[in-house]
Write a new protein. Structure first.
Length: 325
């Protein structure tokens, strides 16, 4: 019997290192641990592992005991690498024991990092030629060490299929919810978000385009217009109408909206409508044309086009996959 003991569950291995940032470990266990099916069955089994099992230090005034060694990586369906203090003065080449542990990961396993854990994935060559992100404070060092990686420090997370990266610690929440959503649909992810009292999405949707933090909060906000739009997704919404909600010119509103969400109003509306459509496909018996109307796409053809561009599937295929999970 290996380290994992629950047959049929998606196996998540969290690889921790000395001077671990403890919040990031807690995020993974809390979010994946809450994900359940419609029958209440847990959907994931999460194990913590280390290059050498035993006591692992954290950046707090406590250590954690890790029972599992790197053999857990070979059994995992998803491997997540949180940040550690070593990432703040990294080398382009990984320490030999860590590199050897990572080689245990099977081909096809999903691998993700939280915050500066991206340095580990890059050091293992997993990010070469790919788009990735990490904490914006570490971006200059990351870019210097790993020029083959297409770094984008202006996003909360990046999904490159089998390899995913996220920005600072809290962005690990966004990334974990995204993976749960990809695995089991919007309903399961939204329930996990509600249980954790966090938003299912931060503005920017799956792409999560949000500019790096600034010292002074913006004097104006588009929050009122966004809240109103969410309450009226099913009707046509114009840029002029949204700008009027904030008593702004269209030009000023568009600029402020992009500053606050990292995307244009049209892109943001499309993301919100897609999320609404996904929820309706999962949770209702409405025909596809009604789902399209309720979500604001107008026609089934428009919904089909947008859903295929985003997820590569038709509304019918999406409903078949995620309904009842």
């Amino acid at each position: 019997m290996g380290a994992f003991t629950q047959p049929g569950r998606h196996r998540v291995a969290v690889l921790v290192r000395p001077r671990l940032l403890p919040l990031e470990l807690g995020i993974v266990h809390q979010l994946f641990g809450q994900a359940t099916s419609a029958r209440g069955d847990r959907l994931y089994e999460v194990l913590t592992c280390a290059v050498e099992p035993g006591e692992v230090s954290t950046t707090g005034d406590f250590a954690i005991h890790v029972a599992n060694g790197p053999e857990a990586l070979a059994e995992a369906d998803t491997v997540i690498v949180p940040a550690a203090e070593a990432d703040y003065s990294p080398a382009a080449k990984l320490p030999a024991p860590l590199a050897q542990a990572l080689r245990r990961i099977r081909r096809g396993t999903r691998v993700a990092s939280i915050c500066t854990g991206a340095f580990v994935l890059a050091g293992a060559g997993l990010l070469d030629g790919r788009r990735a992100t990490t904490h914006w404070k570490s971006a200059p060092l990351f870019r210097a060490l790993f020029p083959k990686v297409r770094l984008d420090e202006n996003v909360l997370y990046v999904d490159e299929g089998e390899v995913l990266t996220s920005a600072g610690e809290a962005s690990g929440i966004d990334l974990c919810l995204h993976m749960i959503r990809c695995d089991h649909g919007a309903s399961v992810a939204n329930e996990v978000a509600r249980g954790t009292v966090v938003p299912p999405h931060r503005d920017g949707g799956q792409a999560q385009f949000i500019r790096r933090p600034v010292a002074e909060a913006a004097r104006s906000s588009t929050a009122k217009a966004r809240a109103w739009a969410l309450a009226h997704l099913g009707r046509p919404l114009t840029l002029r109408e949204l700008a009027a909600r904030e008593s702004m010119s269209v030009r000023n509103f568009t600029r402020r909206f992009r500053d606050e969400t990292g995307m244009s109003p049209a892109q943001w509306l499309t993301q919100r409508r897609l999320e609404r459509a996904r929820e309706l496909l999962e949770e209702s018996d409405l025909p596809v044309d009604r789902v399209a109307e309720e979500a604001g796409f107008g026609t089934a053809g428009s919904l089909r086009q947008h859903l295929h561009a985003c997820l590569g599937v038709s509304p019918t295929a999406y409903r078949r996959t995620f309904r009842g999970r």
